[in-house]
Design a binder for this molecule. Structure first.
Ligand code: ADP
Ligand code: NI
Length: 220
């Protein structure tokens, strides 16, 4: 049984994400939450902070909120304060939400006692694992469809060195997203547990891409 704060948070997140795009909906959160708990079994880290960080990490993704990077922090703070969580714990959860994103990977997070690096690393691994493998492929095509992007265009090449701003604006093809992000995630995993899971999921994506490109060129 979960504690009461966790079940209240689950209800809050489900309600907030009721109409979310299928790649960033409650089920994405549920998978990241479960993966975080699985990774945490082999790591040190405060489970309450990990669970709250996982549950709230996409409460207001900037790409669905006009690029607003503060909104998720505000919504999470207001919610956790309404639940009377201690301020020092709230700060730790907000640190995870602020620093989890792939597009912020080059901005070094400030480390301090209030900033729980281990907990961030665990939730980030879980979020990145849900971006790869079979689920990752499905989420990516769903998002591409949602944005009305092309699946693939042999004339549009992947951009491997995009700045954060370019990445956010990118309306490249869905296949290019594999080269611009998904295939890079395996080497960004923080924990040993996640590295093992990532390796299998990565191989599956490589196979998928090989098949996709062969079928595209009618080679099979
Ligand atoms: P993060 O949430 O770590 O910052 P993103 O917001 O870039 O990462 O992406 C989250 C997920 O949304 C990706 O793993 C992918 O499934 C989907 N996604 C994001 N950008 C694109 C894109 N340009 N094309 C297809 N899918 C995308
Ligand atoms: Ni996420």
């Amino acid at each position: 049984m979960e504690n009461e704060l966790i079940s209240k948070t689950i209800d809050f997140v489900k309600l907030k994400l009721k109409n979310a795009e299928a790649g960033h909906d409650w089920f994405h959160i549920e998978r990241v939450w479960k993966l975080s708990k699985k990774i945490a079994e082999n790591e040190d880290g405060d489970l309450e902070i990990i669970e709250l960080g996982a549950l709230l990490h996409d409460i207001a993704d900037p790409k669905f909120h006009n690029g607003d990077e503060e909104l998720a922090l505000k919504i999470s703070r207001d919610f956790l304060e309404s639940q009377n969580l201690e301020d020092v714990k709230i700060k730790k959860v907000l640190f995870i939400i602020k620093n989890i994103s792939f597009k912020n990977r080059n901005e070094k997070a400030e480390i301090s006692i209030e900033n729980p690096v281990k907990e961030l690393q665990i939730v980030q691994d879980a979020d990145h694992l849900d971006a790869i493998g079979a689920i990752g492929i499905a989420r990516t095509f769903n998002f591409g469809g949602f944005k009305n992007n092309k699946m693939y265009d042999p004339e549009i090449l992947p951009k491997l060195k995009m700045s954060k701003e370019e990445y956010k604006k990118s309306d490249g093809t869905t296949i290019n997203h594999f080269y611009e992000k998904l295939l890079l995630l395996k080497d960004l995993m923080n924990t040993e547990t996640a590295k093992k899971i990532a390796s299998k999921r990565h191989d599956f994506m490589e196979n998928f891409l090989n098949e996709f490109l062969q079928e595209w060129d009618v080679k099979i």
